[in-house]
Design a protein around this ligand. Structure first.
Ligand SMILES: [Zn+2]
Length: 225
């Protein structure tokens, strides 16, 4: 991302009154014009309900991974595909393949007109991720999206073990997602089913550029998402 100028006008600004973490009192910044479901206190790492004026505490987690630092700090603005985005959230995720744990980072990007987009980074390899606009069709061996056929690559579980900033869903540390990746080089179609506290969230993500995990993980048994 290169330095860019933020849009001068947009939807109404978020409320001006100061928000503070109910746990530790630190100032909480909301950057996404109310699109966030959860916001994480940067000071005590409480996960707070961004839709609640009192920022009710949803989860507290021990930040045993304080050394996890976003390569792009929250609040950074830059241009991606000719659009200005601001980094509003960051998470570290991991997966286990053949007994080895692989970690990667995902950034939540926000533009008031374009909405949410994501960047993922694995060992310096970046991917541009957007949410599918229509639902792909899938069978046991592949998926079809916008007329293109994607071959099943792997199915694995992904774990979220560190979060910071804002997320457009009710994120939790310990959140597990069943991920199925399909490839049509250089693009990856990724289906995720998130499970936590009885909630199931299905998302389909479209990634331009090979996904980092794809390069080192072996193909696993084919299974429909
Ligand atoms: Zn706090």
């Amino acid at each position: 991302m290169s330095a860019g100028t933020p849009p001068l006008s947009g939807p109404p600004k978020p409320q001006a009154k100061g928000l503070n973490c109910p746990k530790c009192g630190a100032a909480i910044v909301l950057r996404s014009f109310g699109q966030a479901e959860t916001v994480v206190c940067a000071s005590c790492h409480s996960i707070l309900d961004a839709k609640d004026p009192n920022l009710a505490i949803l989860q507290q987690f021990e930040a045993i991974t304080r050394d996890v630092k976003p390569l792009i700090p929250l609040g950074t603005r830059g241009k991606l595909r000719d659009t200005d985005y601001e980094v509003i959230g960051f998470q570290r995720r991991s997966t286990q393949v053949d007994g080895i744990t692989y970690y990667w980072h995902e950034y939540v990007l926000f533009n008031p007109y374009k909405g949410i987009r994501y960047l993922s980074e694995y060992n310096g390899h970046w991917n541009d991720i957007s949410i599918c606009k229509t639902l792909p069709t899938a069978d046991g061996g592949g998926a079809n999206y916008l007329g293109e056929t994607y071959k099943h690559f792997q199915s694995a579980d992904a774990n979220t073990d560190f979060v910071l900033g804002e997320f457009p869903w009710q994120v939790r540390v310990g959140e597990k997602a069943a991920v199925t990746d399909y490839v049509h080089p250089p693009r990856v179609l990724s289906h995720q089913r998130l499970r936590h506290v009885g909630r199931v969230r299905r998302i389909c993500r479209f990634s331009a550029g090979a996904h980092g995990r794809v390069r080192h993980a072996r193909e696993k048994r084919a299974s429909p998402p």
